[in-house]
Design a protein around this ligand. Structure first.
Ligand code: MTE
Length: 392
């Protein structure tokens, strides 16, 4: 549970409200903070961006492979709702079921066979800021640097087990989870509750309905009581505060596949690319942008590397702006859907501005390019980041 607030107090507060607790909005304390996030957001760990909180990557330096809740980024379209697991239920419905809608209580879900797996959740816009700052290409959206990612150990049930129990028909093509947070309204348009269809093949493969994160019940901000975790896919697929799942025998769409989370721009067809699914390959240095490093001293550079497509093969670094590269040391055994920590020592000689670059290559041969292909909403930035430092 969130260390910031006592769950019982919040529920007492909400009991006074005329809405069912299951559909409760964020309590006044979050609204008062302006961003709608319930957990503390100390400025050395997070940068607040509207209704979202980016993890400062430098603050990950002392964390392990799993990102603790108090360092995990938050991406909210509206604000974190406080739901009551005893009132919560999941409804599975739609033309792709053999019969009527099926409901699962929290207890019923928890009594199904449980699985635990590590996976990163990474926003499709992670790294977006570098389209503008590094490539001179303005893009729309939250200007994340590289901290819209976290890795956790998720425990829950397989979506496939739930769909099978609900009677999914072989004709089902799309499965659309929907959140219980407030409808998303932007620019005067009400887009409805956050929802996005998944191909049935992915839903029946490795998707989890998670109720625990790093061995604790899901924190409010990360989807309590139950969220979807879609390994390898952009973060929007991992719907938080899950309320219902539509299973359909015909293709589904939502604003999150038609207007958002597809690629528009010169490199793409006029109507945009297909809706995006899998994430990409990246690396990040656990150092503030513009950090000051002393000349003549050995500095241990550390960072993270990840790829949604295959386990990481190796990470290279360059401390002279990309002229020369050498391999960093991997501190973890690479695995699918997680990330690895890496380190490399560097003794800068001359004072002045410098750029440190890191580049991930995965076992399928995918490597970070020098430039990302531009799209107007700044998704899937995968280029090598030229990390500015000042040697003093
Ligand atoms: N689910 C709901 N219901 N509402 C949301 O706003 N944001 C999505 C996804 N699931 C969102 C959601 C996006 S864009 C991302 S990147 C991830 O949640 C972020 O998960 P986190 O906040 O736990 O880090």
């Amino acid at each position: 549970m969130s260390p910031a607030l006592d769950r019982r107090d919040l529920l007492k507060l909400l009991a006074a409200a005329p809405v069912a607790a299951q559909f409760a909005a964020a309590p006044p304390v979050a609204a008062a903070a302006g961003h709608g996030i319930l957990k503390p957001l100390p400025s050395d760990v997070f940068t607040i961006r509207g209704t979202n909180a980016e993890t400062n990557v430098a603050a990950l330096r002392d964390t392990g492979l799993h990102t603790p809740e108090d360092h995990f980024f938050v991406r909210n379209h509206t604000s974190t709702p406080v739901l009551d697991e005893s009132e919560w239920k999941l409804t599975v419905w739609g033309s792709g079921l053999r019969g009527r809608p099926v409901e699962f209580s929290y207890g019923q879900l928890r009594s199904l066979p449980a699985v635990t797996r590590t996976a990163v959740v990474e926003c499709a816009g992670n790294g977006r800021n570098f389209y503008a700052t590094q490539q001179g290409q303005p893009v729309a959206g939250t200007p994340w640097t590289l901290g819209a990612i976290g890795a956790a150990s998720w425990r829950g049930v397989r979506l496939r087990d739930v769909l099978r129990r609900a009677g999914i028909d072989p004709s089902a093509v799309h499965v659309m989870p929907r959140g219980l947070d407030d409808p998303y309204v932007s620019g005067g348009v009400d887009y409805g509750r956050v929802r996005r269809p998944l191909p049935a093949a992915k839903a029946l493969d490795d998707v989890l309905l998670a109720y625990e994160m790093n061995g604790e019940p899901l924190p409010y901000d990360h989807g309590f009581p139950v969220r979807v975790v879609v390994p390898g896919w952009i973060g929007i697929a991992s719907i938080k505060w899950l309320g219902d799942i539509q299973v359909s025998a015909t293709p589904l769409s939502s604003p999150w596949t038609t207007e958002f989370y597809r690629l528009f721009g010169d490199a793409y067809p006029a109507g945009g690319s297909d809706p995006i699914g899998p994430q990409t390959v990246k690396s990040a240095l656990e150092l503030p942008l513009g950090a000051r490093l002393e000349a003549g001293t050995v500095h241990r550079l550390t960072g993270r590397a990840w790829s949604a497509k295959a386990p990481v093969s190796h990470v290279e670094i360059s401390t002279d702006g990309g002229a020369h590269w050498r391999r960093a040391r991997l501190r973890d055994t690479p695995c699918r859907d997680g990330w690895v920590r890496w380190s490399a020592d560097w003794r800068p000689r001359a004072a002045g501005p410098a750029e440190v670059l890191s580049r991930t290559t995965d076992r399928a041969g995918n490597t970070q390019p020098e430039r990302s292909v531009h799209n107007t909403q700044g998704y899937l930035f995968d280029a090598v980041v030229r990390h500015p430092v000042t040697v003093t």
